[in-house]
Design a protein around this ligand. Sequence first.
Ligand SMILES: Cc1cc2nc3c(=O)[nH]c(=O)nc-3n(C[C@H](O)[C@H](O)[C@H](O)COP(=O)(O)OP(=O)(O)OC[C@H]3O[C@@H](n4cnc5c(N)ncnc54)[C@H](O)[C@@H]3O)c2cc1C
Length: 411
Amino acid sequence: MNFDTVVLGAGIVGVCVAVHLQKRGRQVALVDRKLPGNETSFGNAGLIQREGVYPYALPRDLGTLLRYARNRSPEVRYHANAMLEAAPFLWQYWRNSHPAKHAAIAKSYSTLIELCISEHRTLAANAGASALLRPIGWIKVFRTDAARDAEIRLAELWHREYGVAFESLDTAGLHRAEPSLAKTLSGGLHYPQSDSVSDPNALVTAYAKYFEALGGRFFIGDADSLREGWEVDTQAGTTITAASAVVALGPWSSRVSSRLGYRLPLAVKRGYHMHYASHAAARLNHPILDAEKGYVLAPMARGIRLTTGAEIAHIGAPRTPTQLAAVEPVARTLFPLGNRLDEQAWMGARPCTADMMPIIGPAKNHSGLWFAFGHAHHGLTLGPVTGRLIAEMMTGEETVVDPRPFRVERF
Ligand SMILES: Cc1cc2nc3c(=O)[nH]c(=O)nc-3n(C[C@H](O)[C@H](O)[C@H](O)COP(=O)(O)OP(=O)(O)OC[C@H]3O[C@@H](n4cnc5c(N)ncnc54)[C@H](O)[C@@H]3O)c2cc1C
């Protein structure tokens, strides 16, 4: 079957690329080995992070790094046998986390972040999915005054530099916003411009249905069958041929890119989630980040979703939800969580690049091949703007932001 473009990967990024191309008149085949939105895009914390103008850097102070090295901190864990392979990535990540470099990266990264809410809302409205986006923002809560004051200084910087809105909450203000949270907290920071998704899988599914309503076709198939030209085999036994192909395989993108000869500094930060019931009288009004303990509690359609921090491990290594086990009792002291609602913890893998920015643009050595991956902690946030940007580049339109900082040639 002949198409203009085949998009590989139907996570939030691939689905948004497919929608934006189809909207511009391209005949698009979207291929995944599962139904849309069933991997990383399924299990995240659901935050559309308008405040995320600075991507998540690696801490550079020795105390924090030594704490991480002991492999007991709730926010970061690692598999020892993954560290040799991850070392060059971590070294580059550490260098890019230098304050001056981080600030330079934020200048480019923020151009995407600034569009995350408007692009999602437009797409959600077109897809009939606006009810899944809640315009409530999210709250970072603090256990100590020192942590709160340091984070307020950061929020002030983001406000000065990029107009990020925030509201500083003292203990009483936090209690008014979230009456069921522990009274021992020393306050919070509310980021009101961000949206919160009540069911990320339902959102990706709605965007994928919109793509099909526009005339696009979804196929179950294996991206490993990609052949130059471009051809992909579907599970049903047909072969898709297309003049162009977009790799949007999230944390699996390096399988295809490295087979085609691209040596890119990529790694994954795995993460887990579990849903909980809440006790009868308790309510969580916003997603909450327990900043000093490194986990999020988000009210979701299925229950309260607890998501964990980063685990450096091979993507296919056995699951080790030790961070979940470590933070669950902590979370129970913050909010009266009820029973676990899932049989086992969900696991996903954030697709990361060493400079914290996604790779969006043409693959330099292959005509008709495009990359859209590496969105790390912000893939849900940046899916729609990524889809728009790549579709504009592919169809020769004027682009909504300068695409040059995101091209693969930077590595
Ligand atoms: C615990 C956790 C919390 C997070 N919280 C947030 C948050 O609050 N906000 C935010 O913006 N981001 C968050 N993220 C990050 C976000 O979820 C990811 O950046 C995003 O989902 C990546 O989307 P993607 O489309 O690139 O990848 P994916 O969603 O993983 O999609 C890739 C697709 O490729 C398919 N695929 C892989 N290999 C093949 C193959 N060989 N053949 C065919 N198909 C294949 C997969 O089935 C999958 O559907 C979080 C991540 C985690 C783990």
